[in-house]
Write a protein that binds this ligand. Structure first.
Ligand code: SF4
Length: 480
């Protein structure tokens, strides 16, 4: 069978509108895995990534190939089935893609990925979507296509089991890789600071055993941590380097360093390979898994920067509300160690949980300031979003604290930026003010650091220009 897998265009309204010069490219790793599984089973799998097909098209409401154009392409390709993937925030675009295709061709459409897993009840309401695959579709896609070919009746919602051993999966099918490299010359890749455009996304594990109140990631990937072996990861990296001359790897795991032993082994092997590559973990690592020696190894292996996600600067909020099971002392240690080693570290925070008090929030803002003064590169902050089916959503709904149920997530997160929760401790408007204040303070501190760097640079150029230029060259040199 011929199957087209679509990554729909993304919205260019609201907050995104100001991002035109800062848009980021991602490779749809989920679709690349599905394509690899389908090809292994003897099918033809074509990935149609709207962004990459028309990445210069940032006009009006959408970025990438428009939905009507996608439908036209589908008509030309004449597939037997269509798969659409996307994040929970891409609801409108996924539905619009399905609607446009149904208008020009009567082809069965299935939807998978985080949107289908997190919001499958909403997904069911759209009649252009014929099937919904909840969970990791690699396990059910083969059977689904086989049943479809045989004309066997298929349930509209398919609950797919998780892949127990990730080593059993074929490596992602990176069929459009040159197009991504080309686009990454213009756009940053995945919030990162890659040295060249030859960049790929990769996962070394799936799942997370923790139970943070707001987390939607684990709905899609589950609570059992499933690591790939070091050998298996290294083989994929080798393939990327040898076949595509890749220089930058973005690890997209929920919890890459959960096993210190595996992380240490992985870094050891990468160092021994003497590859000229850069590594990135922009999704955030757990601070309590990163000791001084491991961070040093990570730097040697190719990390220039890391991100950790404490989420709060109040130990009370951490233990009693978020339940991340993390000691803030570990975050401070990581920031201090990164400074010694020469790794930039960014930290993620979330404000506005219903049981948080204003004092707790002030504590978080003070903590952010403290770690910036200790050397954290910057702190990203946003308000807590009650994503459907998370603990935050379920508990807030039960307590009558949701301002509006069923709100479009993309609109809330990127367009209106409105806080969607109520609390006896604060008003939603107050949380929006706290977030704005935290962002402003972060920017102010970044400017101070830049000023300090600039002063040091001028001083260095006056006193020892050769050493200064060498130091800058070493920091910013591009990998070959
Ligand atoms: S540690 Fe990260 S991935 Fe795990 S539940 Fe918490 S936020 Fe989600």
């Amino acid at each position: 069978m011929r199957i087209v897998l679509i990554n729909p265009p993304v919205r260019m309204e609201g907050e995104f509108k100001d991002w035109k010069g800062k848009l980021e490219i991602y490779q749809p790793l989920g679709l690349q895995y599905i394509a690899a599984v389908l090809k292994k089973a003897g099918h033809e799998a074509i990935i149609l990534d709207a962004i990459i097909e028309d990445y210069k098209n940032t006009g009006d409401k959408w970025w990438g190939l428009r939905h009507t154009e996608i439908a036209k392409r589908v008509k030309e390709i004449k597939p037997d089935a269509i798969g659409i993937g996307g994040m929970a925030t891409m609801e409108d675009s996924i539905i619009k893609t399905a609607d446009e295709i149904k208008q020009v061709a009567d082809i069965p459409i299935f939807v998978g990925g985080p949107y289908a897993s997190i919001k499958y009840e909403d997904c069911k309401k759209n009649r252009s979507i014929d099937y919904i695959i909840v969970g990791e579709a690699e396990n059910s896609i083969g059977k689904f296509v086989e049943n479809f070919q045989k004309g066997v009746s298929i349930d509209r919602v398919i609950f797919s089991e998780r892949t127990k051993n990730l080593n059993d999966l074929p490596f992602p099918d990176r069929q459009n890789i040159d197009k991504y490299f080309k686009a990454a010359r213009i756009y940053r890749y995945a919030r990162g600071r890659q040295k060249t455009s030859r960049t790929v996304s990769i996962i070394s594990s799936r799942g997370c055993p923790f139970n943070c109140i707001f987390c939607a990631a684990k709905i899609a990937v589950g609570s059992i941590w499933r690591p790939r072996t070091v050998d298996n990861i290294i083989s994929e990296m080798e393939e990327c380097i040898e076949s595509y001359n890749v220089t930058d790897f973005y690890f997209e795991d929920e919890n890459m360093s959960l096993s210190k032993e595996r992380m240490n082994n992985l870094m050891d092997v990468i160092i021994s390979k003497r590859w000229k590559i850069r590594l990135h973990s922009n999704q955030g690592l757990r601070a309590d898994t990163l000791d001084f020696d491991l961070l040093k190894k990570m730097k040697r292996a190719g990390y220039d920067d890391i991100a950790v996600a404490p989420e709060t600067g109040s130990q009370k909020t951490m233990d009693k509300i978020i339940e991340k099971k993390l000691n803030l002392k570990n975050v401070e240690e990581v920031v201090a160690n990164c400074k010694k080693i020469g790794l930039d570290v960014a930290c993620f925070f979330v404000l506005g949980f219903p049981d948080e008090t204003k004092e707790d929030i002030e504590e978080t803002l003070a903590f952010m300031k403290k770690i910036r003064s200790m050397g954290a590169f910057h702190c990203t902050v946003r308000n807590a979003i009650p994503v459907p089916n998370t603990r935050l959503y379920n508990e807030s709904k039960a307590r009558g604290l949701l301002i509006k149920d069923g709100e479009n997530l993309e609109k809330v997160m990127y367009i209106t930026n409105k806080h969607m929760l109520n609390s006896p401790n604060w008003t939603p408007e107050e949380i929006e003010c706290y977030v704005a204040r935290a962002k402003k303070e972060d920017l102010g501190d970044i400017k101070l650091v830049r000023k300090k760097y600039f002063k040091n640079f001028i001083k260095g150029m006056v006193t020892s220009p050769r050493l200064t230029i060498n130091a800058i060259y070493k920091k910013y040199r591009k990998s070959p």
